[in-house]
Design a protein around this ligand. Structure first.
Ligand code: NAD
Length: 494
């Protein structure tokens, strides 16, 4: 679609910022609202309900009533499958609208809102729908005069709290397995990008998810989020966001009703390129493309690049030649590959890190400035720092912006030691044509996902999550169903 047409659609797009509770769109009980500004041009997209504890009580009560009367949990897996597949089909049908909302709300390029966020959301819903009627329970090999059944049951009321960087997709990674397993869900999207989660609720209802089974509460973390984490009638909380908030969520879960709590948190992923890497051009394209994807606002962004000293000069030459390709553009232009930073606060954080890199002694090779200021939105140039060492702030802290830090090494074991010297453990990569080195390095890297000679492997079939302070859970794959099911043993005397 042409850029003009996307802009026309954006101007005509209606925004409904009301919460979704018990199958209905409602404003917060307090009548409080907040303005939702678009990062692409600073425009006010409209008012959004500022939900708090009273709305959380209403949504949890609706979810509990729906769970208890079995209107969803009581359906057969095959029936839930049909509804989830219809849900997926409708996400695809409304794909252009959802992609537009995602880009207006969060700032990412429209082409990725379509290919990654909309398609990924539909695919996740469809996959869990397809999976759920193919999973069998177990009979344990106990004594001859007894039968011990091991069955999975839904946990009950699941709260899901998600961040702003992939608003719809992060929600899908939680609601798809939770709904497939028969739970009721209360979702709290980020206050920075709540619009697609709210539209998903309308679409779920249209698909046949019964009222009360899926509720969405926009609002702030310390209000709606904390009230959900502390709620005595929420059985399980799935959280994706920063490590700082993740720790609070675990505390709140513990101090309330000991609800199950699963966290998917931050990262500072290391990408290690050895001199014997099989394809230097591919390694450069992947290193640069992966850090600047989603404006660097990805938990698994490979923000620390370790390059073997003997190839570093050639590597950087090639990387610098690619920088112009990643200049931020109009997010509603399908040719743009970098869009806007989510809001003024995040822009300030990113610019602060760039200043810290400069004052900390790293060498700024490219970028480092704001861009497209005339738009009224929040844009940062793709930024490349060389001569970074592991003690620098930019090598230690998650920046969550388009900033790549280059470090060098002469012995891959030293690169691994530094790669692991972080509280995070989300992802890592190693590039080498030596199979033993690849496997030894992959084993030594303390991360939930390790890539060999690539960085962009991603599929709903594989678990996604971190070691150490990158979280204690896994989204995606059949393993994610463990989070949203209880195991019950039933002994039968025969
Ligand atoms: P954040 O922790 O600030 O907020 C995440 C969510 O938690 C939001 O909905 C927010 O409103 C809510 N929240 C904030 N404070 C809360 C509180 N006290 N109680 C309850 N809820 C609260 O994170 P963010 O800035 O939205 O997202 C960026 C972070 O998310 C980064 O660290 C990124 O690495 C991480 N992330 C991780 C994954 C993963 O799968 N591991 C995926 C995407 C993003």
């Amino acid at each position: 679609m042409s850029t003009n047409l996307w802009h026309e659609r954006a101007a005509a797009q209606s925004i409904d910022g009301r919460a979704f509770i018990g199958g209905e769109r409602v404003w917060a009980k307090s009548e409080q609202r907040f303005d939702n500004l678009s990062p692409i041009d600073g425009r006010n997209l409209g008012a959004v309900a500022r939900c708090d504890g009273a709305d959380v009580d209403a949504a949890v009560a609706a979810a509990r009533a729906a769970f208890d009367d079995g209107r969803w949990a009581g359906k057969s897996p095959a029936q839930r499958k049909r509804v989830l597949i219809k849900f997926a089909d409708l996400v695809q049908k409304y794909g252009a609208e959802l992609a537009l909302l995602e880009t207006l709300d969060m700032g990412k390029p429209i082409k990725y809102s379509q290919s990654v966020d909309v398609n990924g959301t539909a695919n996740t819903l469809r996959w869990y729908g397809e999976a759920i009627d193919k999973i069998y329970d177990e009979i344990a090999p106990t004594a001859a005069n007894s039968l011990a059944l091991i069955t999975r049951e839904p946990v009950g009321v699941v709260a899901a709290i998600v961040p702003w960087n992939y608003p719809m997709l992060m929600a899908a990674w939680k609601i798809a397995p939770a709904l497939a397993a028969g739970n009721s869900v209360v979702l709290k999207p980020s206050e920075k990008s709540p619009l697609t989660a709210l539209r998903l609720a309308d679409i779920a209802l249209e698909a046949g998810i019964p009222p009360g089974v899926f509720n969405v509460l926009p609002g702030f973390g310390h209000e709606a989020g904390a009230a959900l984490a502390l709620h005595m009638d929420v059985d399980c909380i799935g959280f994706t966001g920063s490590t700082r908030t993740g720790k609070q969520i675990l505390q709140m879960a513990g101090q309330s009703n000991l609800k199950r709590a699963w966290t998917e948190l931050g990262g500072k992923s290391a990408n290690i390129v050895c001199a014997d890497c099989p394809d230097l051009d591919a390694a450069v394209a992947s290193a640069v493309g992966s850090i600047f994807f989603n404006q660097g606002e990805s938990c698994n962004a490979p923000s620390r690049l370790f390059v073997e000293e003997s190839i570093k000069e050639r590597f950087l030459e090639k990387a610098l030649a690619m920088m112009p390709d990643f200049q931020p553009g109009d997010p509603l232009d399908e040719a743009s590959v970098m869009g806007a930073i989510v809001d003024a606060t995040q822009l300030k954080i990113v610019m602060g890190y760039i200043e810290a890199g400069k004052s900390g002694g790293a060498k700024l090779l490219a970028g480092g400035r704001q861009a497209r200021s005339e738009s009224g939105g929040f844009y940062v140039e793709p930024t490349l720092f060389d001569q970074v060492d592991s003690s620098m702030t930019i090598a230690r802290e998650e920046i969550f912006g388009p900033v790549l830090s280059v470090l060098s090494f002469t012995d891959v074991r030293e690169a691994v030691r530094q790669a692991n010297a972080t509280p995070y453990g989300l992802q890592a990569a190693v590039w080498t044509s030596n199979i033993s080195k690849a496997i030894q390095t992959a084993r030594a890297l303390r991360a939930g996902t390790v890539h060999v000679n690539q960085y962009d492997g991603d599929d709903v079939t594989v678990p996604f999550g971190g070691y150490k302070q990158s979280g204690n859970g896994r989204d995606k794959s059949l393993h994610a169903l463990d989070k949203y099911t209880e195991l019950k043993t039933t002994w039968i005397q025969i």
